[in-house]
Design a protein around this ligand. Sequence first.
Ligand code: SF4
Ligand code: SF4
Length: 284
Amino acid sequence: MAVRELTITGGEPFARTDILDIIGLCLDNGLRLTVLTSGIVDSALLGHVKQSDVELRLSLDGASEETHDYIRGKGNLKEVLRIAQELRSHSTIRLSAHFTVNRLNLREICRIPSLLDRMEVRELVVSVIKPAGRAKEHPELLIEPELLPLARERIATISSNRRIRWRRYGDKNWSALACPAAFTKCGITPEGNITPCVFLGDGFVGGSIREYSLEHLWRHDDKCRRLRNLSINPDCLGCARLGTHNGGCRARALYHSGSIEDRDPYCCAIRQNSMNESLGVHDG
Ligand code: SF4
Ligand code: SF4
């Protein structure tokens, strides 16, 4: 299958007692590996990971204890800072942070660079919360489509900070149809089932790698095939963003309309915002 890259996320990957075996196996097979962690890392485990060629990415959900700990649990931001400083003393490890923008931390985005300074972290990945997993049970965290342009504006302020190398958490190589799910990426659930994208939820969980090879599932599983066979939404035909965004994110479309084939309202909100800007239309 020529898989080049693997991201291990959670829950908390370091809660697994066999995480070092998994990391070792990935590295032995030449995978570029990223492990996301909430900072609940056992120091003994850390002693082994520091020698590995792994990107360890610390999750940030706010620049203040109030917002970050609201999601991660009391005292977690302090723990993240402690772990970052501890890891920094090991030069071999590649340390980054993953900041997920949500409704509560929107106004804290400008404080993220100074938080990273304290952590001595220079690499940042930024994503916007998706209506999936636990976020679905906390609608107060979700960013409405209309707020997305504002979120993007604030995220862009990070780019003016020269000390930070940042990138959007993005799907490389958007496919010819809609998104890379089942074209250039897939997910594996903690139970070992394939899914075209982990953000699509339970309805898109396919067969198990305990029964079939990953290659077999990738090629033949119904859920993957379904994503590959989606047609372009007729409402997107003729849209200027069709060439680059092709209807947007399928997970967002599914959440907002119940149909995986619908338009992504966030994609439309960005289009509307650029149209307003080019026409000189402003709110208020
Ligand atoms: S469904 Fe959304 S998050 Fe998942 S791969 Fe497609 S664009 Fe990315
Ligand atoms: S902006 Fe809306 S209509 Fe245009 S491609 Fe995106 S989802 Fe489709």
